[in-house]
Write a protein that binds this ligand. Structure first.
Ligand SMILES: Cc1cc2nc3c(=O)[nH]c(=O)nc-3n(C[C@H](O)[C@H](O)[C@H](O)COP(=O)(O)OP(=O)(O)OC[C@H]3O[C@@H](n4cnc5c(N)ncnc54)[C@H](O)[C@@H]3O)c2cc1C
Length: 428
């Protein structure tokens, strides 16, 4: 049977795959996007029911299309985000094949390009873009054994409070997922414990502008390397209930007991690091730093934005921060479930290429791999802080597509078409 051929295979049709298709299409480069589920599947099934986008609709979108039925300053519900990418794919007539899993990609040994094996047959491609996203494999740190009493799930499997058994819940991780899930569980009447690690918690809004705007004008989305060498800065933000600043003091006032980093487990008892006050203080310091930078920007540009002195007042630390609990007997506290909002890892087990370092991380520059013909997209900090977010991946996709187009030009070059200077016609 003849093998199908194309110039570029893009693996994954989340926002990264859709953006990639747009830019490849602009360059007129033949390509196929393969998606094992549906377009933007993660937004449909690997997020909790009440999730809305963390950024307002004017910001968390691609340049070429606005959300149809979400006001610019509102936060799109997760299914509308998925619908948006389906609409976008239709608008650009992206050649996406859904329900096709890529099982292996291997370089040809006897000619250029790659053999792409899929659940629906084989494709030969000159280039491959891994657009499978930054969040492929949920990570649960090996702290509590599987056979311990509480039900344990990762945040990607959390949908709503009703899915958890009656009783108190421990949420581990205080990035956007952890704080939003803890807040939802508390509001549903549960007793909630929240284990808080290092985080960034920008103000939702300051002086009338959303933090997405502030990060933009202050150039912080464009930061090229994570601060202090941290690979992934957890940003604790929320668009829930119309959007609000994540404030650990308010969460504690609502009855959530804050704990330090979850450290170890023994015979039904969890232990926590004595770092809660430090983590809260570091988050506060970054929050105040952003307010300071925003104020300086307003002054420098003589902007007429309303002052907001009350935003600088943080209030006293809650009792659970001043005297943190360092141990929790899960049965005694009635904890029947643990939600691990502890992030994700990548999974490139299908990609057989010399494109990874000794820790399995992609070796690349702005998505252009060290292995010629292999590209990555959607990686955290791929080119800047915004890379793994909706607006950022679109710009990274353009860079990767430009690189592919340049290579395409070289490969298409035919030296035989050079005018023959030695021909008699030209000599006369
Ligand atoms: C809870 C949560 C909330 C977020 N909220 C926001 C937000 O509000 N704003 C924002 O800008 N960002 C947000 N993000 C970050 C980011 O925008 C999303 O994670 C987004 O889904 C990443 O898109 P992606 O296309 O890079 O990856 P994904 O959406 O994960 O898409 C990758 C696709 O690849 C497919 N795939 C994987 N392996 C294969 C294979 N072998 N063969 C075929 N297909 C494959 C998967 O099925 C998947 O559909 C959020 C992330 C999380 C976890």
């Amino acid at each position: 049977m003849p093998v199908e051929e194309t110039e570029v295979v893009v693996v994954g049709a989340g926002q990264a795959g859709v953006a990639m298709s747009e830019h490849l299409g602009t360059h007129g480069i033949p390509h196929i996007v393969l998606e094992r589920d549906r377009i933007a599947e993660r937004w449909r099934s690997a997020r909790w029911d009440s999730l809305v986008a963390n950024g307002p609709a004017w910001h968390d979108r691609f340049p070429g299309l606005e959300f149809e039925d979400v006001a610019p300053d509102a936060f799109a519900p997760k299914d509308k985000v998925a619908d948006y990418f389906v609409a976008y794919a239709e608008k650009i007539a992206a050649p996406i094949r859904c329900g096709v899993e890529v099982t292996s990609v291997r370089r040809h040994s006897d000619r250029p390009g790659f053999r792409v094996e899929t659940s629906a047959g084989v494709i030969d491609a000159r280039q491959v873009v891994a657009a499978t996203g930054p969040f492929q494999r949920p990570v649960i740190p090996p702290v509590v054994p599987d056979d311990a009493a509480p039900v344990q799930i990762h945040s990607n499997a959390y949908h709503n409070p009703g899915q958890l058994p009656e009783g108190a819940v421990l949420v581990v991780g205080a990035g956007s997922s952890g704080v939003q899930i803890a807040d939802e569980l508390r509001r549903s009447g549960r007793q909630v414990f929240l284990s808080v690690g290092p985080h960034d918690r920008p103000p939702r809004e300051y002086r009338g502008r959303d933090f997405c705007w502030w990060l933009g004008v202050l150039g912080l989305w464009d930061a090229e390397t994570p601060p202090q060498g941290a690979e992934h800065v957890t940003i604790a933000v929320s668009g829930a209930r119309g959007g609000h600043t994540v404030d650990f003091r308010a969460l504690a006032a609502d009855g959530i007991e804050l704990l330090g980093m979850t450290a170890s487990y023994d015979s039904g008892v969890l232990r926590f690091a004595p770092d809660l006050a430090e983590n809260i203080a570091a988050g506060d310091a970054k929050y105040l730093e952003l307010l300071g930078a925003a104020d300086a920007y307003v002054a420098r540009n003589a902007l007429d934005l309303p002052e907001e002195p009350e935003a600088h007042v943080l209030g006293p630390e809650p009792e659970c921060v001043v005297n943190p609990r360092l141990e929790l007997d899960l049965a005694e506290a009635g904890v029947t479930s643990i939600v691990w909002a502890t992030g994700y890892a990548t999974d490139y087990s299908w990609l057989d290429a010399d494109a990874f370092d000794d820790r399995g991380r992609p070796r690349h520059r702005r998505g252009v791999s060290t292995e010629p013909g292999v590209y990555f997209l959607g990686l955290p900090w791929q080119s800047r802080r915004g890379s793994s977010f909706i607006w950022g991946v679109w710009h990274d996709a353009r860079y990767v597509a430009d690189h592919i187009a340049i290579q395409h030009g070289y490969l298409a070059h035919d030296p035989g078409s050079r005018p023959d200077t030695a021909s008699p016609t030209q000599q006369s």
